[in-house]
Design a protein around this ligand. Structure first.
Ligand code: MG
Length: 266
């Protein structure tokens, strides 16, 4: 073959390899799940004004998980060491470098009360503004579990199923009853743990009812599994599990907590 024809033939060969490569990349992108696949922006939960924060002392039978004096009920998720978050003036503040913390004890069904505060000087946008979270059950390591989102949602649009009070990427709150940064807010949760057959299949799914600042935001919703950043929710069998507080790896100022108690239920 004359060399000019050989060059032409090899150019065609290279081109077809390139086309095949591009097609396979496009196919991979089409099937690979993306975070955006599970993020929804409408309808936006209507904003309502919360009533004044009511005192919520632990009722009879409740376990004080944090009463402002110590972190004895909490350990670090990574290594089981002491929690390592900041305790000052009766307030617990996330220390992002320490990572997530979890309860020493494990729970099944319960009633939970917890107060949280976005710092007044919060910066950032969307999911990178006051992000933390309450994993209502965290049976595994890392980011496993069922997250009730904590975020500044006073004036901070994001996907609705990721705003404050959402069951992360499953249910937006019924209303946006957030307070402004710098003010304490409350979550009151009724958690019904999922149950599993001996072969690990879901027998009864998890359910959650949540009030934020005294207002109903999740009405006995049925969870589709553990909340995931990417991909669909998945159930992984467990019996009892600790509860976890999230140290979200974004540069915004850390969230604080106080008055955390839990009352186990039958
Ligand atoms: Mg979170």
């Amino acid at each position: 073959m004359p060399s000019s024809k050989m060059r032409a033939a090899s150019a065609v060969g290279r081109l077809s390899v390139l086309v095949m490569f591009a097609a396979s990349v496009a196919a991979a992108q089409a099937v690979a799940p993306k975070p955006q696949d599970t993020e929804f922006y409408t309808p936006v939960p209507p904003k309502v004004t919360p009533p004044p924060l009511a005192p919520a002392p632990p009722p009879a039978g409740a376990i004080a998980l944090f009463d402002g004096t110590n972190l004895d009920e909490w350990i670090n998720v990574k290594d089981g060491a002491p929690a390592g978050w900041t305790l000052a003036d009766g307030v617990l503040t996330v220390k992002k470098s320490a990572g997530d913390i979890r309860t020493r004890r494990s729970f099944k069904n319960y009633q939970l009360h917890l107060e949280w505060r976005i710092p007044a000087d919060i910066t950032g946008k969307g999911q990178l503004r006051g992000n933390s979270g309450v994993h209502l059950a965290a049976p595994g390591k890392a980011d496993s579990g069922y997250e009730l989102q904590v975020l500044d949602s006073w004036d901070n649009p994001t996907y609705t199923n990721g705003q404050a009070g959402s069951i992360y990427k499953q249910y937006p709150p019924l209303v946006n009853v957030s307070r402004p940064p710098g003010e304490w807010q409350a979550y009151d949760v009724l958690w019904t743990a999922p149950t599993f057959d001996s072969d690990g299949k879901v027998k009864t799914p998890a359910r959650a009812t949540v009030r934020q600042n005294g207002v109903l935001i999740q009405d006995n919703v049925t969870l589709r599994g553990e909340t995931r950043y990417i991909g669909p929710p998945v159930y992984i069998a467990y019996d009892t599990a600790p509860m976890k507080l999230q140290a979200h790896a974004d540069p915004s100022e850390p969230v604080s907590f106080r008055n955390i108690w839990i009352k186990p239920l039958p």
